[in-house]
Write a protein that binds this ligand. Sequence first.
Ligand code: NAP
Length: 244
Amino acid sequence: MTGASRGIGRGIAERLAADGALVAVHYARNSEAAHEVVDSIRTAGGDAFPLRAEFGVEGDTKALYAALDRELLGRGLEPRLDILVNNAAVSGSARIHEVTPELVDRIFSVNVKSLLFVIQEGLTRMPSGGRIINISSAITRMSYPESVVYSMSKGAMDTLTLALAKECGPRGITVNAVAPGFTETDMNAKLRTTPEGVARLAGLSIFDRIGVPSDIAGVVAFLASPDALWVTAQRLDASGGLHL
Ligand code: NAP
């Protein structure tokens, strides 16, 4: 479970653990937050361990899987991955005239390049019945020129989901994307600093509220469950009817 130390990732990690998964709580820098998630999962009767690897830097995928394999072997388990949830991402607001090569490199190296290689390596450990679930964004079905590069990176994720579903089907692995809308996390905290800001975001949803991580976690839990074995190549909108 990448990016599980905070926000939506934390919600999904806690839900998958409650459903019985042993969860690798991946994070980049925020060790304290990741350990808090692990503690909360264990207190609730589940099992989890923290896993550090910063994406977008040289050797990120190697570091991730070396740490994962070490932990699993230490528990007497084979290095196997049944469910891979790709949630870690960075955002960045910029309209076309504000975009810099540095911004493109940053967003694409984390949201696209690392994503691809995390999946590539993850597939070498995934048995039949495996699940790949990509956390995309409702932004790919809307026009948000103020986040043009971030939008492009999530578009790449949706395209990757489609291509991989065909690749992985013969192995009995499903590949799907879940697309949240505005959800209460650090990523959009700046937009929620005033009551007007909160009301504006809430009003974009047909249910007149901002999403919370558990709204997304339930959808991911379904895709990860045996009930979803016949669902692949889909992009499930979990945005509360954003901009309908
Ligand atoms: P968040 O609160 O900002 O948390 C981001 C998570 O990703 C943290 O666990 C963070 O680890 C990890 N991360 C950040 N940069 C990383 C890097 N370079 N390498 C490895 N891990 C890194 O994000 P969120 O709002 O929960 O978003 C989760 C996912 O949902 C993202 O894919 C986002 O694009 C998508 N999404 C969010 C919203 C929304 O409204 N929040 C809407 C649509 C889609 P540390 O704690 O160590 O920094």
